[in-house]
Design a protein around this ligand. Structure first.
Ligand code: ZN
Length: 275
């Protein structure tokens, strides 16, 4: 009996020592991670901790860079995609993820209904979802005073039902000029929709050659240098776009450009509306 008690006591003590020892190791790791200086003095051989610290430093430097560069709008680029989602949207999401870029997708009502999972993936990845309407036909979309607003409301409801995202930004089909009247624009404003056009057209809807798209986009972006204006790139969720996009992004990142998704806080780029 006594021997058994001793044995139990011995096992308890050994367990306690082990717990205390492992806790102190965890604590040591924690403090080393918290303080770069301490980690250096300790000279820890734990490469994980070193990696963590390196990563945190990178993030801080990147944030400072971004804040600094935001004061020069021409160094900031908005990438936007119209008419989706399509079967090519997942490939686009993968590219944007690879280069750690957030962008904006102006979706069509029927395509959101057709590809609910892809629409959700766009939202989950943290990109902005805007609306592009329902019919995409000039004769229908711009038919009456309220038809542009009504198509956006229908599209917005679908996006919200499918993804849970509340749509605030919109792009009208073929751009606001020359189709959208000032009165129709006022109706969109009253419904709290922020209208966005573009100033760099990739022409990926008509050019089926990724090299030509790359050259054209880079040339157009070049013209914005020193103009204190952000390039707003127009793409579509197409196969050719998935080929051109990585080359465009790599080239622009190498030139020091930063990419930003559209939010309601950004100053919208709009063509002049028809009177
Ligand atoms: Zn369109």
């Amino acid at each position: 009996m006594q021997t058994r008690s001793r044995l139990i006591l011995f096992i308890t003590l050994v367990s306690l020592s082990l717990i205390i020892f492992s806790s102190s190791t965890i604590l040591a790791d924690y403090f080393a991670f918290e303080s770069t200086a301490e980690a250096k003095t300790i000279g820890t051989s734990n490469s994980n901790i070193k990696n963590h610290i390196a990563k945190s430093t990178d993030i801080v430097v990147k944030e400072i860079d971004e804040q600094f560069l935001i004061t020069d709008p021409s160094k900031l680029i908005y990438i936007t995609f119209d008419d989706g989602p399509t079967e090519y949207t997942p490939a686009i999401l993968q590219i944007l993820d690879q280069y750690q870029i957030k962008s904006t997708f102006f979706m069509l009502n029927n395509n959101v209904q057709k590809h609910p999972e892809i629409s959700k993936a766009v939202a989950t990845a943290g990109h902005t979802i805007g609306c592009h309407g329902v019919t995409h036909k000039v004769s229908e979309f711009y038919k009456t005073l309220t038809s542009p607003r009504d198509e956006m409301t229908t599209c917005g409801k679908t996006v919200e039902d499918v993804t849970g995202e509340h749509v605030q930004v919109v792009r009208v089909p073929f751009g606001s000029f020359p189709h959208l009247t000032a009165a129709q624009k006022t109706e969109l404003d009253k419904a709290q929709y922020v209208l966005w056009d573009w100033n760099v057209d990739s022409n990926d809807w008509s050019i089926n050659n990724s090299d030509k798209i790359v050259q054209s986009v880079l040339k157009q972006v070049e013209k914005f240098k020193g103009r204190q204006k952000s390039p707003v790139l127009l793409f579509h969720d197409k196969e050719v776009t998935t080929k051109a996009l990585p080359i465009i992004i790599e080239s622009l990142q190498a030139q020091g450009y930063l990419f930003k998704q559209i939010t309601v806080d950004d100053e919208p780029l709009q063509f002049a509306t028809k009177k």
